[in-house]
Design a binder for this molecule. Structure first.
Ligand SMILES: *[C@@H]1O[C@H](CO)[C@@H](O)[C@H](O)[C@H]1NC(C)=O
Ligand SMILES: *[C@@H]1O[C@H](CO)[C@@H](O)[C@H](O)[C@H]1NC(C)=O
Ligand SMILES: *[C@@H]1O[C@H](CO)[C@@H](O)[C@H](O)[C@H]1NC(C)=O
Ligand SMILES: *[C@@H]1O[C@H](CO)[C@@H](O)[C@H](O)[C@H]1NC(C)=O
Length: 509
């Protein structure tokens, strides 16, 4: 027993000395990175752990490793981990530390995009909808309530990340602060400075902190900050030299970095799936690598927006469940022609790892799956909303009801006979985002944000007018991401938003 003590002590001392040899920093003299004191250039790919079930993490990471990547890049979506103020979730598909450990075991470095805002075609760009409980809040600014929430969250997240930093023995070589802040209207440098000191306070002075913005003077103007290394993002097909010149305006010395080199593109509901040809991606990738630049491919695997996690763009257009992105690994993690084209390019610049590439997983045909009708929303209200209705004079927002996703049924009784062609009109773009309208269970049509702002209803006095309002995704980009999910209605029959009671109906996938 006695002998164990010095042994453990020795081990701890040995561990510490190994950790202190590990370093990752910017080499301004040679326009590159230094890893453990040696020149280092990374080729990285994006994978969002929140878009791939935990069961598949290892398979996807191994395929990324076998493509020749040195690193992966991932976002941390705040709202995924703090669903309610002060209630944190880091288990199962949210087990970020396990994800980091897997990456390390497989031999991949990690570039962590810690937020608080991430964009990422993710609901509200990762910001929790409960921030909107203060209706006048200015997100992504020095608004004191916003900063207080950020400070609490980062006080949980960053200390968890600290032991995983490269110089502490983990895989994280760099940490991104905010995201494409130069594309946001606020241009609040105090906010960026606040984040910088918050990150430094929790992570220490050694780790490389960086920002990412579109490769143009306009974006870098409000996105870059002294002390945070400015990187750029741009897609294939353009002039790589010109794009990096924009980074050089902010960072005259140091490594060239494209933090988001687009291998494909995002989709919107109702539009064709977007594809980008493998040869264009391969050609520009080769061009970037020939510049000696560092690159992260966004996405290397897109995955899926499970549940209600998709975001939306303005003018309002929701993203679909799939986040396939036409990435080199398909939504299902399958190897594609683009994967092999990229691997071939990487092989021209560095040695590819030996060993087999994990094969595409076999697929099983389940044949036709018959769905059985269980009932209508109306007939199942007591099951869907066991706590019963919330009554109010005016319709409450999703945030006021503390139900941030999915559907809410708003119900009122028609105050008198509404004859044929009574127009139901949304005010001030008042449907966020869709409403299925029925009178006593008889469908009257669907209202939708931007597109269908009024429809005719008929019904007698006392009939139930139901509006099943759907949140189809919180705006994730631009100034409108304080995206309240609301209902404001007028009817020629009478102002309907008096005497309206709400019934909560929560569908969990
Ligand atoms: C790319 O941009 C650089 C820098 O602006 C310029 O010198 C070069 O001519 C451009 N190349 C092409 C093919 O347009
Ligand atoms: C409303 O319509 C019903 C059925 O057409 C009729 O019986 C009733 O008298 C009407 N009520 C009023 C207040 O007009
Ligand atoms: C109701 O609207 C429909 C469609 O515009 C029209 O054909 C019908 O004549 C209208 N009825 C009344 C009573 O205004
Ligand atoms: C709704 O009713 C109004 C008034 O009768 C009519 O002019 C209009 O065409 C109707 N709209 C639809 C879509 O039926």
């Amino acid at each position: 027993m006695v002998a164990l003590v010095p042994l453990l002590f020795l081990q701890a001392a040995f561990g510490a000395s190994v950790a202190s040899q590990r370093s990752f920093r910017i080499d301004y003299a040679h326009d590159g990175f230094l890893k453990d004191g040696k020149p280092f250039r990374y080729i990285s790919g994006s994978i969002h752990y929140s878009r791939v079930p935990q069961y598949y993490w290892k398979d996807r990471l191994l395929k990324m490793k076998m493509a020749g990547l040195d690193a992966i890049q991932t976002y941390v979506p705040w709202n995924f981990h703090e669903p309610k103020p002060g209630a944190y979730s880091f288990s199962g598909d949210r087990d970020l530390e396990h994800f980091l450990q897997l990456a390390e075991e497989i031999g991949l470095l990690v570039i962590l995009r810690a937020g608080p805002y991430i964009c990422g075609e993710w609901d509200m760009g990762g910001l929790p909808a409960w921030l909107l409980e203060k209706e006048s809040i200015v997100l992504r600014s020095s608004d004191p309530d916003y900063l207080a929430a950020v400070e609490r969250w980062m006080g949980i997240l960053l200390p968890k990340m600290k032991p995983h930093l490269y110089h502490n023995g983990g895989p994280i070589i760099m940490v991104q602060v905010e995201n494409e802040y130069g594309s946001y209207f606020a241009c609040d440098f105090d906010y960026l400075r606040y984040l910088q000191s918050l990150f430094r306070r929790h992570l220490g002075s050694e780790v490389v902190l960086f920002t990412t913005d579109g490769a143009s003077k306009t974006f870098l103007r409000c996105g870059a900050l002294q002390g945070l290394y400015a990187t750029v993002d741009f897609g294939p097909g353009g002039n790589v030299t010109a794009a990096f010149l924009h980074q050089r305006r902010s960072e005259p010395k140091g490594p060239l970095v494209n933090s988001e080199f687009y291998t494909g593109w995002l989709d919107h509901w109702g539009h064709q799936h977007i594809t980008i040809s493998a040869s264009i991606v391969a050609k520009s990738l080769s061009d970037i690598l020939a510049h000696g630049a560092n690159v992260n491919m966004y996405m290397f695997i897109g995955g899926t927006n499970f549940g209600y996690w998709n975001g939306a763009n303005m003018p309002y257009s929701a993203q679909p469940t799939s986040y396939d992105y036409d990435a080199p690994l398909s939504e299902a993690g399958d190897l594609t022609e683009k994967y092999f084209a990229i691997r071939e390019v990487i092989g021209m610049y560095k040695e590819l790892p030996e060993g087999p590439i994990p094969p595409t997983t076999p697929k099983f045909s389940y044949g036709k799956v018959a769905l059985q009708k269980v009932g209508t929303v109306r007939s199942l209200l007591n099951d869907l909303s066991p706590s019963g209705p919330v009554k109010s004079i005016y319709p409450l927002t999703f945030v006021q009801l503390k139900q941030y996703f999915g559907f809410i049924l708003y119900r009122t009784k028609l105050p008198r006979n509404c004859s044929e062609n009574t127009t139901l009109l949304t005010l001030f773009d008042g449907i966020h985002d869709r409403a299925y309208v029925s009178v006593n269970g008889v469908s009257q049509g669907v209202l939708s944000r931007r597109d269908v702002l009024k429809l005719n209803i008929t019904g007698n006095a006392g009939a139930y007018l139901d509006l099943l309002v759907e949140n189809t995704g919180g705006v994730n980009f631009g100034r409108y991401n304080n995206d309240f999910k609301v209902l404001t209605m007028l009817s020629s029959c009478r102002v309907l938003n008096t005497e309206m009671s709400n019934l909560r109906a929560w569908f969990q996938i």
